[in-house]
Design a protein around this ligand. Structure first.
Ligand SMILES: *Cc1c(COP(=O)(O)O)cnc(C)c1O
Length: 452
């Protein structure tokens, strides 16, 4: 056995009312392997920091989610939310599992086409769709979810010009009992805007109302809010049937199911309080089945679930740069992982574990990133054993939004590796280099030379 490194003994005060005489449980096990591959080897081969994604976990998650809905409702379709993680390898894993694409910009739309998704299986959301984007979407028979009236008029004009029917739905926002309400996207249910938009579409000759869409929020902890939303959309569908004798094809409940991360300030960890996908499925499908859609005409149920399907599939591996005592005596540990690549550290207390065996003395520690910026705090307080320079640690549940919201700031973005179901590694995104950035820059002639 390897000789353990000497560690200075530490006297620690135990506060009262703790679970036992040793204080709060803080006995982690190290996360030494991901999908059977050693963290140490991954870092050695691909560098530190490094994102690692498990293909097996993605497939497990989407299969479990499909099963939760398909066992409760006859017609279900998932659409992968590109903005949650739009690395091609990730999107294509979801497409192989039968998911359509859900996009919120022209860029994401083109990425879905590039991945080989048929236009008719792309759902086009978002408040900013250019005329060129819309023309393309109309031409490709995509499902265009209208956000506001100017967009509605633009689609009407373009579809007339192209002499082609546009397949549209409206995004509906509503009071589901969750506040603050997300009322900036789409048309409001309670004040009648949604019904006005529906009437305008139904009067148009070139717009075909194929569905109703809502996306009530993100990291939602209440299945009941989805039941309320589903009832309200079903109510709109009923009014459409009564007034126009028109059946919509689908109800799209958006995304937003909470993952198992722990929100900052939450009393209990996410693993204890986030509802399971079964609970969301039960709430939504019960509401739809109990509403008055004709028995053989239940609409297709579309789900745009993002974070709940991808968060726990990815890890961020990093290394310790150094330890320092702060002026108040607290230990701080400086990592090569910063908020530039771990954007979600602003709202989650991520689970972070050492990647190698460690001694059982733990201490409250501040985790800083490598940026020369005061805001670069990965965790204000976490109980960890001493981690020495060059040792590794693993940040869990980083699959959602980090690989899309990361920023190129001060330093370059790292590689992303996917481990496939046979434990083989694949680099699915290269690290940035000086060249990849310089390729975008241009220096005017008069600035090419200087003399210092
Ligand atoms: C972001 C987004 C999603 C995915 O949301 P998650 O919280 O990641 O599940 C789905 N639909 C729309 C319209 C979105 O904007």
């Amino acid at each position: 056995m390897e000789k353990l490194r000497y560690e200075r003994p530490l006297i620690k005060r135990l506060d009262g009312n703790m679970p036992n005489k040793f204080g709060m449980r803080s006995d982690y096990t190290p996360k030494t392997h991901i999908e059977g591959v050693a963290v140490k080897d991954l870092i050695k081969q691909y560098g530190s920091p490094l994102f690692v994604i498990s293909e097996r976990q993605i497939r497990d998650n989407i299969r479990k989610a499909r099963k939760a809905f398909e066992t409760r409702y006859p017609r279900v379709q998932f659409a992968w939310s590109y903005k949650t993680n739009y690395l091609d390898a990730v999107c294509r894993t979801f497409h192989q599992e039968g998911s359509w694409a859900e996009v919120v910009s022209g860029f994401e739309y083109d990425k879905a086409l590039h991945n080989g998704v048929e236009g008719s299986k792309i759902i086009f959301n978002g408040p900013d769709k250019s005329s060129a984007d819309l023309e393309k979407a109309i031409n490709n028979n995509s499902l265009i979810h209208i956000d506001h009236l100017d967009e509605l008029y633009k689609i009407q004009e373009l579809s007339k010009k192209q002499n082609k029917t546009a397949r549209v739905a409206i995004r509906v926002n509503m009071d589901t009992g969750i506040y603050p309400m997300w009322d900036r996207f789409g048309f409001n249910y309670e004040n009648g805007q949604a019904w006005t938009a529906i009437n305008k579409i139904m009067q148009s000759e070139t717009l075909e109302l194929v569905g109703l869409h809502t996306h009530i929020g993100t990291f939602m902890l209440s299945p009941n809010a989805y039941a309320t939303a589903a009832y309200k959309l079903a109510e709109l569908a009923r009014n459409i049937r009564l007034k126009y004798n028109h059946e919509i094809n689908y109800i799209d409940m958006g995304g937003g199911f909470a993952s198992h991360n722990t929100l900052k300030g939450a009393y209990l960890p996410g693993t204890d309080i986030s509802p399971s996908i079964n609970e969301f499925a039960e709430a939504i499908t019960t509401a739809l089945i109990n509403s008055d859609f004709p028995q053989n005409k239940l609409p297709l149920l579309i789900l745009e679930t993002g974070r709940a399907l991808i968060d726990d599939t990815a890890f961020l591996l990093g290394s310790v740069i150094t330890n320092k005592r702060l002026s108040d005596g607290r230990r701080s540990t400086i990592l090569d992982i910063g908020v530039n690549i771990l954007f979600t550290s602003f709202w989650y207390d991520h689970k972070i574990t050492p990647a190698q065996p460690f001694t059982q003395y733990t201490e409250d520690t501040v985790l800083y990133g490598p940026l020369c910026m005061n805001i670069d705090v990965v965790r204000e307080n976490i109980n960890l054993p001493l981690l020495n320079n060059g040792e590794h640690l693993v940040v869990h549940n980083v699959g959602a939004y980090n690989m899309t919201q990361w920023m190129q700031f001060i330093t370059l973005r790292p590689r992303v590796v996917m481990i496939d179901t046979n434990h083989q590694e694949h680099v699915i995104r290269d690290n940035e280099t000086l060249k990849s950035l310089l390729d975008l820059e241009h220096v005017p002639d008069h600035l090419t030379k200087f003399d210092l």
